[in-house]
Design a protein around this ligand. Structure first.
Ligand code: ATP
Ligand code: MG
Length: 211
């Protein structure tokens, strides 16, 4: 089903997507199968307050790449709510807004292991846990026991509902893709062809990202 309004179990992939890569897409697909979601909404951040901004492309550009990456997939959609809101964007506000828009739906916030370990430093983590089920995937070869330990800790502290999933280790990050571009190396197969064409056409990530 292509319309998010009809989805009962909505997966949410938040990220800077600077740029979106196949790790994100595979994780969305994996999570959808694992939790039997109706679809996944990809939501690029506005200007993430936790990120080093020097290399961060404008939200509109990261959104454009996200749209290209998912355009051929009916059960993936992109939402511009964080980019449109501008400024620092907070996951708890996004989840609130989604709950207001789709009150019948269950929200599954999909994150890689790095985010499971940083989420307590995000803005009002207790509000995040109130609004969604966290679907946390392994990343970077981090042992599952560590994830389970963190899961127990967050469940005790916040009453969080957290599902862990053993996502295969895919050593791809946007940081690595940006580095490859700076070094003049190829990003073929790391991002969808449409995204690679866009990045190359615009000359992004070669030196100063703000072209
Ligand atoms: P950067 O290197 O700029 O931080 P990133 O590759 O980590 O980029 P983000 O946009 O920061 O991508 O991540 C969005 C979400 O996708 C996060 O929850 C992150 O943990 C997850 N994610 C990204 N890449 C992977 C991967 N290879 N395996 C598992 N999860 C991933
Ligand atoms: Mg990251």
């Amino acid at each position: 089903m292509s319309d998010i309004a009809g989805w009962k179990k909505i997966g949410i992939m938040g990220g800077t997507f600077n740029p979106i890569h196949i790790g994100h897409l595979l994780l969305g697909q994996w999570a959808m199968e694992e939790a039997e979601l109706d679809g996944v909404a990809f939501i690029p951040t506005g200007n993430s307050y936790l990120k080093d901004r020097s290399e961060l492309l404008p939200g509109e550009e990261r959104l454009a790449m996200t749209r290209l990456a998912i355009s051929d997939r009916e059960c993936f959609c992109s939402l511009d709510m964080e980019v449109e809101r501008g400024g620092d964007t907070y996951t708890c506000e996004t989840l609130d807004a989604l709950h207001t828009l789709y009150p019948q739906a269950k929200l599954y916030f999909i994150v890689g292991a790095d985010c499971l370990f940083s989420i307590e430093n995000w803005y009002h983590p207790e509000e995040i846990f109130k609004r969604c089920i966290l679907l946390a995937a392994s990343r970077g070869g981090m042992p599952m026991e560590l994830l389970e330990q963190k899961q127990r800790e967050l469940t005790q502290k916040y009453g969080a509902e957290i599902q862990l999933t053993a996502f295969p280790n895919i050593e791809i990050s946007s940081t690595d893709i940006r580095r490859r571009r700076r070094e003049g190396r190829s990003i073929r197969y790391l991002v969808p062809d449409s995204v690679r064409d866009y990045i190359e056409y615009k000359g992004y990530y070669q030196e100063d990202a703000r072209h």
